[in-house]
Write a protein that binds this ligand. Structure first.
Ligand code: FAD
Length: 511
């Protein structure tokens, strides 16, 4: 049976759109199937974390992203009552205290992000078929066949691979038989644009209450409710009655509200697929992991899944992936997801009502005044402490970390790393490129004089921004990388090549 595409991407949410774009950049043909006729207008995420923002900057989307940021910080300060970041709504995380304060979240509402990514993907030639709901999926040795319900009836589509980017209740995950272990929700959050018609005088000041959390103001009402049932039908719209009942449970106040706009209900389920790949079917984004939105980490995680998977799957499709490349996706991204589930569970625990948690929150809040604790939490929530465990020795401490948008000096000019990453190729920034010459077809080789980063003379950056190899004083031993280096510009033409660089190049790319 002929293939309709190299890869069928199920879901045109932010993760599916970015994955499709990454596949296209790397030479594969994706086909995106989306059940909705038009993009969702729901205002879920209001920002993307620093790693995902940097990934978009690497693809030349920095200006478009920044254009949406405008009132974001002020809006957040208005809605949260603080400009600072928070852990479990303790608003004390200070950007200025962080180790790399310039690496930060970028404000953009999710519908704007989806529009931005949709335009970017379509500019690259990605096809998105809307009103195409995936209802069936089978795989065999050569490919994947999906059944789709579309306006003109049911049909089958076939590709070499399929990726479920179809959100927390992923159909692809269920049809493929991925296990999805984790913990059930301990609270239900409800948020609505709403007007309080009666009883406002009975409400306590917004914030933590003895039996939950209540926020209101600026035409918005929200509760974090640890008691009471959620509707059997999880997609049932949130009504004024449900919201009033929740406020009564939390505060005892008998108010009357009118819902005036968007409503949202969500829980703190924390579940993760046991693996992100079963044969020719893979998962990314919320389809692979669900957790509470505390700390706004979902997009940072899901978009980084997309950029990690895109170039690897495209290499597999092209037939030139080094052995084990595709399985490195689960090996690298599953631990990143597990860390987010872990910290969101901790945040949920710190939200539970009662005097014992009140005492724990007081102590935790005092601890957050310690700069080291503040930095530790900041790095955890931003993902900046994520380090991939690569299958080769890596003496430089930055190996396996995500590369910032480095400034490099080339001749008389200063450039950013992102100048060289738009096409999605790996980039080697080094004073001497000779050791990597055999990989020229696959790797963007950029001769530089210096990098404006402590302890970094040369660096190999994968398409997803991960540092595959680095050289410099950061290795803890002068200008080498501690592995018998001969990268210096002075080594003669037949001299030894850098073995560690060679190992890294061979691990990730074909010549
Ligand atoms: C209240 C709230 C606030 C949040 N705030 C933040 C924040 O500030 N920062 C942050 O990073 N994250 C935040 N998140 C999390 C973020 O919204 C999600 O992580 C993000 O939407 C995940 O994107 P996705 O593409 O994986 O999945 P989704 O956005 O769920 O997209 C999945 C797509 O797949 C489609 N689909 C589903 N089933 C099928 C099918 N069978 N066939 C075809 N198509 C299908 C859906 O229609 C949808 O378009 C928040 C979440 C909530 C609920």
């Amino acid at each position: 049976m002929t293939h309709d595409a190299d890869v069928i991407v199920v879901g045109a949410g932010p993760v599916g759109l970015l994955l499709a774009a990454e596949l296209r950049l790397a030479g594969a043909t994706p086909l995106v199937l989306e059940r909705l006729a038009v993009p969702s207008p729901q205002h879920k995420a209001r920002s993307v974390g620093p790693l995902a923002a940097e990934a978009l900057v690497r693809r030349g989307l920095g200006e478009r992203l920044a254009a949406h940021g405008g009132a974001g910080a002020a809006d957040k300060a208005r809605d949260h009552g603080s400009e600072k970041g928070h852990f479990s709504t303790i608003f004390k995380i200070e950007q200025a205290l962080q180790e790399e304060p310039e690496r930060q979240s970028v404000f953009i509402w999710q519908p704007d992000l989806e529009a931005l990514l949709g335009a970017y993907a379509s500019g690259l030639g990605v096809e998105v078929r809307r009103e195409h709901t995936v209802t069936g999926l089978t795989q065999d040795a050569d490919g994947v066949t999906v059944t789709v319900a579309a306006p003109h009836g049911e049909r089958s589509l076939r590709a070499a691979y399929a990726v479920g980017c179809d959100g927390g209740r992923s159909t692809v995950r269920r049809l493929t038989g991925f296990a999805f272990p984790g913990t059930a929700p301990i609270m239900t959050a409800r948020r609505a644009q709403a007007e309080i018609l009666k009883g406002a005088e009975q409400l306590p000041p917004p914030g933590r209450q003895p039996r939950g959390i209540l926020y209101y103001g600026n035409g918005m009402l929200a509760t974090f409710d640890f008691f009471g049932d959620t509707p059997e039908e999880r997609d049932a719209p949130l009504t004024a009655e449900e919201l009033q009942d929740s406020v009564r449970r939390i505060t005892g106040a008998d108010i009357e509200v009118a819902v005036t706009g968007e409503t949202l209900r969500f829980g703190d389920h924390a579940r993760q697929a046991d693996t992100y790949r079963r044969g020719r079917v893979l998962l990314a984004g919320d389809a692979a992991h669900v957790h509470s939105p505390m700390g706004g980490q979902g997009l940072n995680l899901g978009l980084m899944d997309a950029v990690n998977l895109g170039w690897k799957l495209a290499a597999e499709v092209r037939g030139d992936a080094p052995p084990g490349l595709l399985d490195s996706y689960t090996a690298e991204r599953h631990p990143a997801g597990a860390r987010v589930l872990h910290n969101t569970r901790a945040q949920s625990a710190l939200l539970t009502p009662g005097p014992h948690t009140d005492a724990l929150r007081d102590i935790f809040s005092d601890l957050m005044d310690l700069p080291d604790v503040n930095r530790h939490l900041g790095r955890m929530l931003s993902g900046l402490d994520d380090t991939y465990d690569f299958p080769y020795p890596s003496p430089h401490p930055l190996t396996g970390r995500h590369c910032p948008d480095l400034t490099v000096r080339t001749g008389t000019r200063e450039e950013r790393l992102s100048t060289y990453t738009r096409e999605g190729r790996p980039v080697l920034l080094a004073p001497d490129l000779r050791p990597a010459e055999p990989w020229r077809r696959r790797v963007e080789l950029v001769r530089i004089e210096s990098i404006a980063h402590d302890g970094l003379d040369a660096v190999l950056v994968r398409p997803d921004g991960a540092i595959a190899w680095a050289s410099g004083a950061g290795a803890g031993g002068g200008a080498g990388n501690g592995a018998g280096v001969a990268t210096g510009a002075g080594s003669d033409a037949d001299g030894p090549v850098d073995e560690a660089l060679e190992t890294a190049l061979a691990a990730w790319f074909s010549r």
